[in-house]
Design a protein around this ligand. Structure first.
Ligand code: UFG
Length: 310
């Protein structure tokens, strides 16, 4: 996002406590190392310039960890995010773009999922995101703070020239894990369950390229600048791919054998999560261009080869 904003001539200040982020990933503008819970840092940054908007990418994101350590999630994803919103109010910043998630929906009642699907999150991670979405509706009504919540489905891929890519520690996401098995950084990838009610028995997800997600944020900024109302949007391609199809695509793209182990189902995994992103297309004029699973895997593979020296 910071890279894209730089390309578009936008001045950016990044606030990151570097608990999961990387100093060298901030390719444009100024980096302030600090926490959004630190009111003194927020006051210093927010009074240093007149900000048009704040974009929030500062949540913890591991579903499993949110079950075993919910306090970590409620504190950072809810309490500290509310602290940031309070500081924004005090400094007169009235636009907010929030990274939300398909996890706000819980177990799908129908597919693909549109924005009207009931929000019934089944883990603390999803609940923290849904709580902030609800607070944002209230803050608009009461304080005029307008926001867009972008519900990512399965973010994947990398910058097409491998400037940036996924660097999680530990890595838990399917696409980078499969590619690490291809590059030799891991011995194998484990398939979590082959007995789902899907054509090949593995879970189906909607993989969406990070560059398309960044473009959606750009469109959200423009929408808010044009006076758009507070709203949540689903972001996905609308195509479902199974875990097995991801492995097969990675084998085809990399030309490497990828060893697969069969594993048990992972708790809390719905069989199928696919987005209906018609609203984002219509209202934000968002058009995913970086497209299909193959392109996503190709771009992520370029990044993985660089990381692995493979
Ligand atoms: N999977 C495996 N083996 C692995 C890792 C994942 O088989 O080693 C499977 C999972 O079971 C799932 C699919 O690959 O079926 C995708 O798993 P990811 O962990 O890559 O992504 P999730 O669908 O679990 O999670 C994504 C986001 C979360 C968000 C969630 C919404 O990363 O932030 O969607 O349910 F909460």
């Amino acid at each position: 996002m910071v890279w894209l904003l730089g390309q578009r001539g936008v001045h950016v200040v990044t606030l990151d406590n570097l608990s999961a982020g990387h100093r060298d990933a901030v390719l444009h503008g100024e980096l302030v190392v600090g926490d959004m819970a630190d009111r003194a840092v927020l006051d210093r940054v927010l009074s240093s310039r007149r900000f048009d908007a704040v974009m929030h990418f500062a949540s913890y994101i591991q579903v499993g960890e949110s079950v075993t350590d919910p306090a970590k999630y409620y504190l950072n994803n809810v309490a500290h995010t509310l602290a940031l919103l309070a500081a924004m109010r005090d400094h007169g910043v009235q636009r907010f773009v929030f990274s939300s998630t398909a996890a706000v929906f819980g177990e799908p009642r129908y597919s693909p999922l549109d924005e009207r699907h009931p929000r019934e999150p089944i883990n603390p991670y999803g609940r923290t995101k849904w709580m902030i979405e609800q607070a944002l509706d209230d803050y608009d009504r009461a304080y005029g703070l307008r926001s867009v919540s972008l519900r990512y489905f399965n973010a994947a891929g990398a910058h097409p020239e491998a400037l940036l890519g996924e660097r999680h520690e530990p890595e838990t996401h399917l696409v980078p894990l499969v590619l690490q098995a291809a590059s030799g950084r891991r011995p194998h990838v484990t398939v979590f369950g082959r007995d789902y009610d899907t054509p090949d028995g593995t879970c189906i997800r909607d993989y969406i390229h990070v560059m398309d997600l960044a473009e959606a944020h750009w469109q959200a900024l423009r929408y808010l600048a044009d006076g758009g109302a507070t709203r949540a949007f689903n972001l996905g391609n609308g195509d479902g791919y199974s875990v097995q199809q991801v492995v097969d695509t990675a084998r085809a793209v990399t030309g490497r054998p990828i060893a697969v182990q069969e594993g048990a189902r992972r708790a809390g995994d719905p069989a199928r999560l696919v987005a209906d992103a018609a609203l984002a297309r219509a209202v934000l004029q968002w058009q995913p261009r970086h497209g299909d699973l193959r392109t996503i895997v190709q771009d992520a593979w370029r990044w993985e080869r660089r990381a692995a020296g493979a």
